[in-house]
Design a protein around this ligand. Structure first.
Ligand SMILES: CC(=O)N[C@@H]([C@@H](O)[C@H](O)[C@H](O)CO)[C@@H](O)CC(=O)C(=O)O
Length: 313
């Protein structure tokens, strides 16, 4: 998933930027990546994937005389069914200089209440005690429905590195209460339901992480900018426009496979097939999604060249 947000996509209170720190991180990540370079035909173990991502993410690009980094922050998801594996991944994330770690609830042997879940998260966080820690709340996929608002109550006493939450659920009452009950704390509230982001911004979301930002990022940024300048009518138009596309693909059947297909379509970069049990997106899906992207002006070549997308709003 990719981040978007008015105040950064996560970990905005992180550990400070600076070219020196970035250069050091880049060296550490490059060393780790070189040490474990996989052969082309082998699947990447997760730690190798992290190293390679960090190297790429912390690399510089250049526009004119200005140098910039591809990513502002790299927050690594280290959740796993096994506590030990999660801890190893957390240690590795710290070694390669990640800006933070995130963890979903284990979903085979599920935690049955808040305390049990916090205990698990605490053990993972303790393996990387200098890294900001995020809980990734995604009940539709984990089946762990412990309310985030309950989980946050007193969490920093148990997990001192707790920094915030990625909230991937449509329960805006729960989300609103997370924000409302933690106003004194500087938590990051990263929202993960792209079609509802505007509502979450109104409630205090500080950023967003979601799948559609990989290809609807420009439209989302227009919405964020309108929101920042308090032009709520334009912000709503942009959100509705995004909803039109998401609503359309949700009805066709939308998940990771379809996301890969759309990303391939929009970027021209082959994303490869999904792993079983997932199946490739069907030809019909790709054709229909393409037509919809075109009709909303999300796919035209001019879209990539800074076109104003008012036709959609
Ligand atoms: C259940 C799900 O996949 N949610 C997505 C959303 O970005 C979602 O695809 C989008 O809101 C469309 O419904 C993200 O919150 C999760 C995600 O991108 C990820 O974990 O990589």
């Amino acid at each position: 998933a990719r981040g978007a947000g008015p105040r950064g996509s996560g970990g905005e209170k992180g550990r400070g930027g600076g070219a020196g720190r970035r250069a050091a991180l880049r060296r550490a990540a490059a060393a780790a990546a070189a040490h474990t370079r996989p052969r082309q035909t082998r699947a990447y173990p997760r730690n190798q994937l992290f190293s390679h991502w960090s190297v790429r993410g912390l690399s510089c690009g250049r526009t004119g005389s200005e140098e910039y980094f591809w990513l502002d922050q790299v927050v690594i998801h280290v959740g796993a069914l096994s506590l030990k594996e999660s801890q190893e991944l957390a240690r590795h994330a710290a070694e390669i200089g990640a800006d933070g770690i995130a963890v979903i609830a284990p979903f085979f042997l599920k935690p049955w209440d808040k305390d049990v879940l916090i205990n698990f998260l605490k053990e993972v966080a303790a393996a990387a005690p200098a890294l900001p820690f995020y809980y990734y709340h995604i009940p539709a996929l984990t089946g762990v429905k412990i309310r985030a608002e309950e989980l946050l109550d007193g969490i920093q006493e148990k997990i001192p590195t707790f920094q915030g939450l990625k909230f991937s659920d449509t329960d805006l009452l729960d989300f609103g209460q997370c924000v409302d009950q933690n106003r004194e704390r500087q938590f990051a509230f990263l929202f993960g339901v792209d079609e509802q982001l505007l509502s979450a911004l109104v409630m205090g979301a500080t950023g967003a992480v979601g799948s559609t930002y990989n290809y609807l990022g420009k439209k989302t940024n227009q919405m964020l900018e309108a929101f920042e300048r308090k032009d709520f009518s334009s912000a709503l138009n942009h959100q509705f426009c995004i909803q039109r596309f998401i609503n359309f693909v949700l009805k066709l059947g939308f998940g990771v496979s379809q996301t890969k297909a759309i990303m391939t379509l929009v970027s021209g970069i082959p994303m490869g097939p999904p792993r079983p049990p997932l199946q490739r997106a069907s030809r019909e899906f790709i054709d229909e999604a393409k037509a919809r992207l075109e009709s909303l002006d999300f796919l035209s070549s001019t879209y990539l060249k800074d076109r104003n997308l008012e036709s959609c709003s």
